[in-house]
Write a protein that binds this ligand. Sequence first.
Ligand code: SAM
Length: 339
Amino acid sequence: MAGGPVTQVRNMLTGFNAVFALDVGIDTGLVDNLAAQEPVSLERFVNSTEMHPRHVGAWLRAVQAAGVVEVDKDGMARFSPGWRDALTNPDSPDYVRTLPGCYAAVAGVAYPRFAGLFKSQETMDWRDFPKDVIKKVYADGARFGREFADEVVPVIPGLKARLESGIMVYDVGCGDGGFLFRFAEKYPRSNCLGIDCCQAAIDLANEGKSKIGRQTKIQFTTQMIHELPEAQADLIVLSEVLHEVGADKRGDLLQAIYRTLKPGGVLFVVDPVLPDSHEGYLTRSAQHLAMMVFSEAPLVPDAPLTRKDFFALLKAAGFDQSLNEVGSSDSYLTAWVVK
Ligand SMILES: C[S@@+](CC[C@H](N)C(=O)[O-])C[C@H]1O[C@@H](n2cnc3c(N)ncnc32)[C@H](O)[C@@H]1O
């Protein structure tokens, strides 16, 4: 039946395949090649790639179908408005190059195991993933680092000056360090410490460290994040971590963070938050969140917190100052709070 479930599934597959097309385009260099030549005729583009002409043609039509590329009536291809920056300019607020690879990597390794994990009631751990997958999954964290360094720091009173003069920054659950690199480069007098229990992530972080400026003071350590020293940090970043910790351990983690912060220290937190009501699931952003929660369900021990529960947990940990949200959406909390 036209417009029925068959069409709906095809529509779903279009989005699913668009993610893969972007990922392949980035991995093969097709995206960068197009960026370097646009506008370019289909024929010339295909000939410039030294790849199978049929594959490249199919790729171009797929990214056109996804709305990423436009092909005009003369057969000239160029990125649709906004996409060139989104895929090739790390300084752009729309930069999204790392996100398709993140989902494609999870899909490739974890999805084939999902049905088994659902039935066995077990969960996978990021530590079960090979390093090349970890690399793609974590690469996306750098986006938050850029946003934080460029957009959030200036609105937290006094923080920029403190960072410039040199303070201690902890990134708790730092993944591959993408968040800290941008940050450490921008504030080279501050000391940055990234902590994560995933060895593959810390290995990637140390590899990344060797590529950035020598003058930056940045260290990484493989360690559980509940084991933090007392009163050491002036700023703690907790990016995309709380929802990955078992619900019974989230309170302990926030208490450990509270203890590690010096008085007047700042906690910056980024995490998905579930809607507090069923109606809350009807927004587009909550629909995106529902898909993300599904894609991570067998990989993490519990569902994300609701916003209300999040606030209550922060308060119980000792944070009695008001929480300041910056650029949050109804399904993503981006906030800072002072000890
Ligand atoms: C989704 S990643 C976020 C990485 C990075 N902060 C970012 O924003 O991209 C969550 C990280 O938290 C780490 N993690 C979760 N629970 C942990 C624990 N109990 N101790 C240490 N690391 C933990 C995981 O290994 C993983 O690297």
